[in-house]
Design a protein around this ligand. Sequence first.
Ligand code: FMN
Length: 368
Amino acid sequence: MIKTRLTELVGIKYPIIQAGMGPFPVTSLCIAAANAGCLGLCSTFGTTSRKSNPVVFEDFCRQAHADYSDDDVTIFKKMFTRIFNETKEGAVFGANVMVSAEVKENAMNVMKAIKEVRKDPEMAKRFKVLVTTAGDPVPWAGFVKEQGMIWMHVFPGVRTAARCKKAGVQVLIASGHEGGFHTAWQPVHSMTLLPDIVEKFSDENTLVCGTGGYCDSKTLAAALAMGADGVQMGTRFLATEESDFCDLWKKLVVDCPDGGTIIARGFVGPARWLRTPAAQVHAYNTAKDAPGSFVGVPDDFSKIPMDLLVAERTGIAATYNGDAEKAMAGAGECSQRISDLPRCEDMVKKIVAETEDIISGLKEKFVF
Ligand SMILES: Cc1cc2nc3c(=O)[nH]c(=O)nc-3n(C[C@H](O)[C@H](O)[C@H](O)COP(=O)(O)O)c2cc1C
């Protein structure tokens, strides 16, 4: 049993957070991960596709057990209620909410739904974590304090970590450039970022977790060795039996060869995609039309050619429709290390048992 400050603070069995992964609400995945003893997270990004990408929006509603005609706040409330109803006593879950300027209105709707469902004290006991991402945490401090939730924020660099500290975020999740889908303008990978954040920010009030590239016992053990309190895994959970991702998306992860991901412009900035034919074309167009993704300088969103954003939408819809030629699907570099679709509980138990072996075996393996 690996107890860390994360397992103690959140009240979970394992120091593993299952990442929120829009545009899917990952409702079933969140339920499975929470029931398996991890922190389960649902994501809240898919409703932004209501008009622009109906295939994505409708799938989001189906997974959330909501109706297409529901307003966004109702959809989120139904999703949280489904998770609460299908997780066992003691399981803990939370919501991943992107707070960047492009999706601020969506974030406000999610917060409204959170506030309403958490009026039920039983719900509040288990729906106790808010994970904000992709933006400045400071403006959300009042809301989180009022709700009394455990607050985590995902960020890619030291500057935002300092904003987290200022805002009173309790768990800093340092997101290395290996990570799946939305990634940073400046490419700093987990091996550099995690120890840097631990050294600069970890203290008695502030926990640090790593995300980006963590997918098994070796990487979990490495994160703990670098001083982390736990890890968040995205791509590893995407490729599980219970994951709500469509079949082609999962297949592209499982079949990913080495070097099988590529960066190209996504709606909220650079994004890491599986290297499908469509993603390769998209990366060339990004180099031409939004070069900031490659030189580490944020583009002015209003100046990006609309075609580039439409290509992203079209590629994602093709993945939902099973069209491998036109498909674009986000995933992390660690896809090349993933080749199965295990059940969450089996996977997590195996990862943690092997991590214990690695850590306890180190003393026998080396002479000190
Ligand atoms: C397909 C996919 C969708 C994602 N969507 C979101 C999202 O909606 N919001 C968010 O904050 N992060 C999102 N992420 C990032 C994950 O939350 C997590 O930080 C990342 O997957 C960690 O890296 P890993 O894939 O190497 O584990 C997504 C990741 C993937 C793979």
